[in-house]
Design a binder for this molecule. Structure first.
Ligand code: PEP
Ligand code: MN
Length: 356
């Protein structure tokens, strides 16, 4: 990265960007209160750093050792010294700011009636953002694949319900895009686009979603290490879109024998990720446990671990849910979760020390 002097002129910044492009790389120009920092995007082995260090207006040219840098604290500290966490706006909701944010709704949109009933319930319970899957990534092709699987018209109709439910209950909405072909359509209706765990490695999808300039809910693959997770989030950031919310949703369980949870919720990842990046981190205890009777405890634990919010699957009649029935909770149960989490958040915030 190239750190500009505090008094560097626009011309000098433009000159550095031009030089970077000469080497076939792209530039991320971050203007802070004090100075501008320029991140190089691409194959750095082609760059003669010494040449950049002596360009007019340049204070220092240095390398960042991680495979991600635009989302790293190491990068942001040069232009936003006081920045602790990026605040990502989804509609009128801010994630990463003061209180925890609750994203709730059905795993899958099943009908207009089902969606509206759940939307009303989660709003009353105190949720801030409505979720609803229309393109579902399922393990078996012989199961309900989401209403979007029936065709473009059906997908658009379901997306319209989602937008309408969001408007009616004043909740911004998020939905998953499972493939590139769904991105343009979903972006017309949703306030935030979700990239599911199974697609964490899908670079082309990441790039396409990033270019929509909407906030992105980016889920960790169940087999991915933290460095890998952040490295792929960087694919979104290099498109100029840093409105990324990272979501821990559990990793594969270990060992032989029954594990009693669907995945292993990695709550240590929350503070660990926060040390590396300024992006907000949320936790999905629904997929993380696969059990509705564990949602309350793991939600509380996630907030205590410092998560900026939670994503929870809700259904008014969980046993009837077409997808993930075993992990859905009712709106009343969601209210209990939210109330407890709000209390925990108030308790821990004054004592939290980002640097320790
Ligand atoms: C989901 O949130 O609906 C989902 C499918 O989750 P994941 O991608 O984490 O499995
Ligand atoms: Mn689900």
């Amino acid at each position: 990265m190239i750190i500009m002097k505090t008094d560097a002129t626009q011309e000098q910044i433009a000159q550095v960007v031009k030089e970077i492009k000469k080497y076939g790389l792209r530039a991320d120009v971050s203007k802070g209160k004090y100075r501008t920092v320029i991140g190089l995007i691409g194959d750095e082995s082609k760059i003669p750093f010494a040449h950049f260090a002596v360009l007019p207006g340049v204070k220092e040219a240095m390398t960042v050792e991680t495979p991600y840098k635009l989302i790293s604290r190491e990068y942001s500290k040069f232009f936003e010294r006081e920045r602790e966490r990026l605040v990502v706006k989804v509609g009128n909701i801010k994630i990463g700011s003061d209180g925890p944010i609750f994203i709730a709704g059905p795993c899958a949109v099943e009908s207009k009636e089902q969606l509206f009933k759940i939307a009303e319930g989660v709003k009353k319970a105190g949720a801030h953002i409505l979720r609803g899957g229309i393109f579902k990534p399922r393990s078996s092709v012989h199961t309900f694949q989401g209403l979007g699987a029936a065709g473009r018209e059906e997908a658009e109709e379901a997306l319209e319900w989602l937008r309408e439910a969001g408007k009616r209950f004043k909740l911004p909405v998020v939905t998953e895009v499972r493939g590139e072909a769904q991105v343009d359509l979903a972006a017309e209706y949703a306030d935030m686009l979700q990239i599911g765990a199974r697609n964490m490695y899908n670079q082309d999808l990441l790039t396409k979603v990033a270019k929509k300039n909407k906030p992105v809910l980016f889920k960790r693959h169940f087999g991915a290490g933290i460095e890998e997770f952040l490295s792929f989030a960087e694919y979104i950031a290099v498109e100029g879109n840093k409105n990324i919310i990272l979501c821990e949703r559990g990793v594969l369980p270990v060992g032989k024998g029954k594990n009693y949870t669907r995945y292993t919720l990695d709550l240590g990842a929350v503070p660990a990720i926060q040390k590396e990046t300024y992006l907000p981190v949320v936790v999905d205890p629904s997929h993380g446990t696969g059990r509705r009777d564990l949602i309350f405890n793991m939600s509380c634990a996630a907030i205590a671990a410092g998560a900026s919010g939670l994503m929870i699957e809700v259904h008014y009649n969980p046993a009837e849910a077409l997808v993930d029935a075993q992990q859905a909770i009712t709106p009343d149960e969601l209210k209990q979760v939210i109330d407890a989490c709000q209390r925990i958040h108030k308790l821990i915030v004054p004592g939290r020390n980002e640097e320790s």
